[in-house]
Write a protein that binds this ligand. Structure first.
Ligand SMILES: C[S@@+](CC[C@H](N)C(=O)[O-])C[C@H]1O[C@@H](n2cnc3c(N)ncnc32)[C@H](O)[C@@H]1O
Length: 267
């Protein structure tokens, strides 16, 4: 068992590690305009989403958001994104689908400060908060999105309870993330058996995420070389999922499973 799998398997350690790491990471890469913190996504043949020139550098990461949100009917909806990171997905989806409201929530205060300064879009706002204690009333959102973040949470079933609580009946929950084998069964079971959520679809998207990692490798190598001292570069390249990193190799071998899910809040 590798260090990462060991950490992912220990809830309290995981929470403390990520609560320290993400603000540290945000501060280190300040000034590099990193708007996404995910492993990205590309189909074969390529998705070829129409994007603005300003969005083009983020294409593989935007495509993961496009995949997760596809068909969720965001136009005019009240949307909550739990763990919005640096807000690139929140900005892209707000600009593309014009929801009535889009709230991006994250535990990382430095990330939320970055979001507020970087993304000025009508209807879009950002708040600091914990996925397991969502600071919103019952039945207040039509859609909840959650991209590549739930592996950080110590209590995944508790997070699902919160999602079901803040969703309106009939509301949509769109979720994507990764797990090692020791956590996969519990993860899928929690999604498939939640009393107030109906699992409509699950997809294994390793091939698409592996392509995303490979497309981002030159950019992420340059980012890590510019922002991290040499002794932290190996660890950070692993975290960034560049080609040949532990995460990339495990995704290629199938040891690591990356999945996307579509759920509906039961009436
Ligand atoms: C891999 S990043 C993904 C960010 C974003 N969804 C994206 O795709 O760019 C994981 C995010 O989860 C956030 N996070 C970790 N634990 C959290 C918690 N308990 N509540 C809310 N956010 C949390 C981190 O701060 C980080 O921004």
């Amino acid at each position: 068992m590798g260090l990462l799998e060991e950490i992912l398997g220990r809830p309290k350690l995981r929470q403390q590690l990520w609560a320290w790491w993400y603000p540290f990471f945000t501060r280190r890469i300040r000034g590099q305009g990193i708007r996404f913190l995910n492993y990205a996504y590309e189909e074969s043949p390529p998705l070829a989403l129409p994007l603005t020139a300003a969005d083009e550098p983020d294409r593989p990461n935007i495509q993961l958001y496009h995949h997760v949100a596809a068909g969720a009917d965001l136009r005019g909806a009240r949307v909550l994104e739990v763990s919005c990171g640096h807000g690139g997905g929140a900005s892209y989806l707000s600009r593309t689908y014009a929801p009535a409201e889009y709230v991006g929530l994250d535990l990382n205060p430095a990330g939320i400060r970055f979001c507020a300064a970087e993304h000025r879009v009508p209807g879009l706002r950002f708040v600091v908060g914990d996925a397991q204690r969502l600071p919103f009333p019952d039945a207040s959102f039509d859609v909840v999105l959650n991209v590549e973040a739930s592996h950080c949470y110590p209590d995944f079933p508790g997070f699902l309870d919160e999602v079901a609580r803040v969703l309106k009946p009939g509301g949509r929950f769109r979720h994507a993330d990764l797990r090692y084998p020791s956590q996969t069964e519990g993860w899928v079971r929690a999604l498939a058996t939640h009393p107030r959520l109906r699992l409509d679809e699950m997809r294994l998207i390793n091939p698409e995420v592996i392509r995303g990692m490979e497309l981002n490798t030159p950019r992420y190598r340059a980012m890590v070389a510019a922002a991290f001292p040499r002794f932290l570069q190996g660890l950070t390249l692993d975290f960034a999922g560049v080609t040949g990193s532990r995460i990339h190799r495990d995704a290629v071998s199938g040891e690591l499973s990356y999945r996307s899910f579509r759920l509906t809040r039961k009436a």
